[in-house]
Design a protein around this ligand. Structure first.
Ligand SMILES: [Zn+2]
Ligand SMILES: [Zn+2]
Length: 299
């Protein structure tokens, strides 16, 4: 099959638009969409300092690569934070991929480990409780990312969440009946406490599949091994369900997220308090007496 815009062989057929793309035209489509998203949503302003969370997978390395391109267009500062959760047999590879790609991109990075921050690896935290690995890891990782971004005086914390991740979270929060989490959305943290660095997700309207193609197309040295705890997570099942729906009705994934974004302001008003208290142990913001991080560390 040929590219819809030139005579070259296509590397990708985009079902939702009916377009065939060669490598070059896919790249320009992707970069244009990224730059437009940054501009329209005013995600990064001139002169800001951005922390980018890098895991070593395709999403975060694609994000770092694109932010570097954006830096060439207008001035802002950027540093990367790599979190080492301490997952044996897995983290080493992704860590090496992250470091080598960031060095190629000439982006400074900081490595923060669970071991140094909490005195324990994720493996030992969840030794007897593997089913909870993802939620424990999420709480502790978000804590480190926010704290480090704040220490670095960053005004934004950028993460590589893609459209599939975002859709999965919407459905999972609803299935759990977790109304607060369902109603939060992106700017919740900034709104609720100055201690949270504002989070941005510039890839949240990009299909996971297209990010893989972009990363391969641009020869990013990402690691594609799967976290050993992924089998315990609900996310995988929800992901498969969404893939099936997208297969039958292309654009389902986009519609779900854009519909959610439309009702978000109303959800915010109904379910999210104007401000919250602080944790009695660590002083970080929390909804009830002790924050999730301290509850995990207490066990
Ligand atoms: Zn082409
Ligand atoms: Zn606390």
């Amino acid at each position: 099959m040929k590219c819809s815009r030139c005579k070259k062989d296509a590397i990708y057929f985009q079902r939702q638009s009916g377009q065939h793309y060669c490598g070059e035209h896919f790249n320009s489509y992707f970069i244009k969409k990224f730059m437009r998203g940054i501009r329209e949503d005013q995600l990064i302003k001139k002169g800001e300092k951005v922390a980018v969370a890098v895991s070593g997978g395709k999403d975060s390395l694609t994000l770092a690569y694109l932010l570097k391109k954006l830096q060439a267009r207008y001035p802002f500062e950027m540093e990367a934070i790599i979190v080492d959760e301490g997952i044996s047999g897995y983290r080493r590879h992704t860590l090496d991929a992250a470091k080598s790609q960031l060095e190629k991109l000439e982006i400074d990075y900081h490595i923060e480990s669970f071991e140094d921050n909490f005195g324990k690896t994720l493996d030992s935290f969840v030794e007897n409780n593997k089913e909870n690995a993802c939620s424990t890891c999420g709480v502790l990782r978000r804590y480190i990312l926010n704290k480090k971004a704040r220490e670095l005086s960053c005004t934004k914390l950028a993460t590589g969440h893609n459209l599939d991740d975002e859709d999965q979270s919407v459905i999972m929060n609803l299935m759990r009946g977790d109304v607060i989490r369902f109603s939060r959305g992106q700017n919740y943290y900034k709104k609720i406490s100055d201690k949270f660095v504002e989070r941005i997700k510039p890839l949240r309207y990009f299909l996971e599949k297209e990010i893989v193609i972009f990363a391969l197309n641009n020869k990013l040295s990402f690691d594609s091994s799967e976290c050993p705890y992924a089998v315990y997570a609900m996310r995988g099942e929800v992901g498969k369900f969404l893939d099936r729906m997208e297969e039958v009705r292309p654009t389902t994934k986009y519609s779900l997220l854009s519909g959610y974004d439309k009702i978000l302001p109303a959800l915010n008003q109904c379910f999210i308090p104007e401000s919250i208290g602080v944790c009695e142990i660590c002083g970080e913001p929390t909804m009830d007496g002790t924050c999730m991080r301290c509850k995990i560390l207490e066990k």
